[in-house]
Design a protein around this ligand. Structure first.
Ligand code: NAD
Length: 433
């Protein structure tokens, strides 16, 4: 199939490269000239494990190309994916759909023969209807179908997720579009990936419902962690104890500093707004959002308490800035709130992240960035682990002891065993244990 991916960010680039890897002809389009120019030179603008090899291989074989203008590519396409951003609208939390609608207008002006326009961006219920209306209005002669095909990949494991998904959801309103989408994903039938067909509005809601449920699971275990601390229980064991129940499942039950990232915060908020507008409020999700907002700053208070009630003029070493490991994505990362609260309280911050420092620097210009984990510890009064990169799971604590001014580890990801760390002469503060 001839496929155009409009938007070549985390989702568009991974999806485009993987679809090319399946054997389709793919053109990834982006308005960001610097991004396309870098990609054309073989440089990947984001950090995503394995992506460079897939992009290089498919460019080499002629199945993957890049462009800043979609006109020529769309005129030839069978399926055009929209994979542009849908960030929170400043001020009110609704999904900002301006990029989606702008893309729809551009696509409309460029279509010639029948084409399926598949929305991969996460969008509120009814956006597909609006995209259809925009296309019909812009180009009354266009022959097209609008499909919802939400993306479930996780940054850091995006290629594996795209190629071996738990499920593919396709929301469409006509048989012809369904056949086109089946052809796009046919290579995945071989892996027995379940393809779930539904109506467009249902598909749009599935994406939000999924993210809201996962955010709820995380928030549930985070609150349970607080209770564990009060009653002397161990949240990791509570999580394991409930997670072994198949109805609950063990995933997303890791207590920590609260969820962040490019999806959960904005998607839970947008879902709440839709539900309120529909006079069907989702009170559970509203509470999840409120609890999670409080949590990130509460983690800074935890650090301050561990430092004896004040961090004024103290140096705090932060390991991990990205919202999760294996990505350079800083969107809504808990580190942002934690660092800001510690700075507010008078601390000096040194930080290290294996991949996210370039994205973090413009957001937190007032902190020191260390070239590696150990230089970050030099002269620090406390070490705080914020993101659970593998590189932080087996730190050399003998070396750390020599570098730190105080042997204090605040492990916001529960990576370490209390006894092991205390035996080394450290004070150890964890989450819910
Ligand atoms: N990042 C994730 O892990 C993830 C997972 C699932 C779903 N999603 C959803 O996928 C969508 C995209 O997310 P992302 O993280 O890839 O965003 P992103 O910001 O990394 O990428 C979006 C890209 O679209 C480009 N763009 C905007 N308007 C354009 C236009 N008219 N024409 C061409 N390019 C245009 C931007 O320049 C940018 O490069 C969002 O709706 C998001 O919620 C993201």
């Amino acid at each position: 199939m001839r496929i155009v991916m409009v938007g070549s960010g985390y989702v568009g680039l991974v999806s485009g490269a993987c679809l090319a890897d399946f054997g389709h002809d793919v053109i990834c389009v982006d308005k960001d000239h610097a991004k396309i120019e870098a990609l054309t030179r073989g440089k990947i603008p984001i950090y995503e494990p394995g992506l460079d090899a897939i992009v290089a291989g498919n460019v080499e074989s002629g199945r993957l190309a890049f462009a800043t203008d979609l006109t020529a590519a769309v005129a030839e396409a069978d399926v055009v994916f929209i994979a542009v951003g849908t960030p929170s609208r400043r001020g009110d939390g609704y999904a900002d759909l301006s990029y989606v609608y702008a893309a729809a207008k551009e696509i409309a002006a460029a279509v010639s023969d029948y084409v399926v326009i598949a929305n991969k961006s996460t969008v509120p219920v009814g956006t597909g209807d609006e995209v259809e209306r925009i296309i019909r209005e812009t180009n009354p002669d266009a022959d097209f179908s609008v499909v919802s095909n939400p993306e479930f990949l996780r940054e850091g494991a995006a290629i594996e997720d795209f190629k071996r998904p738990d499920r593919i959801v396709i929301g469409c309103e006509d048989e012809r579009a369904r056949e086109y989408m089946a052809e796009v994903y046919r290579p995945l039938f071989l892996n027995a990936a379940p393809i779930f067909y539904t109506r467009r509005r249902t598909s749009e809601l599935i994406k939000y419902a999924g993210n809201a449920f996962l955010a709820t699971k995380i928030t549930f275990i985070n609150e349970m962690a607080d209770l564990c601390e009060r009653v002397g229980a161990n949240v990791q064991e509570v999580a394991r104890g409930i997670g072994l129940d198949n109805r609950i499942g063990g995933k997303f039950l890791h207590a920590g500093p609260g969820y962040g990232g490019s999806c959960f915060p904005k998607d839970t908020l947008a879902l709440i707004k839709t539900a309120q507008d529909m006079e069907s409020p989702l009170r559970l999700v509203e509470t999840v959002v409120a609890v999670n907002d409080q949590r990130k700053r509460a983690m800074a208070r935890k650090v301050i308490a561990a430092c004896g009630g004040s961090v004024r003029a103290k140096r705090i070493a932060i390991l991990g800035l990205a919202f999760k490991p294996n990505t350079d994505d800083m969107r809504e990362a808990p580190s942002l709130s934690i660092v800001t609260a510690l700075l507010d309280a008078g601390a000096e911050i040194a930080a290290y992240d294996p991949e996210a420092m370039d994205s973090a620097k413009p957001l937190m210009p007032e902190i020191t960035y260390a070239p590696d984990a150990y230089s970050c510890l030099e002269g620090a009064d406390a070490l705080v682990i914020v993101t659970e990169w593998d590189a932080f799971r087996a730190l050399d604590f003998d070396r750390a002891s020599e570098l730190l001014r105080e042997r204090l580890l605040i492990d916001l990801r529960n990576l370490y065993d209390r006894d092991d760390i205390e035996r080394l002469g450290f004070r150890y503060v964890a989450v819910g244990r």
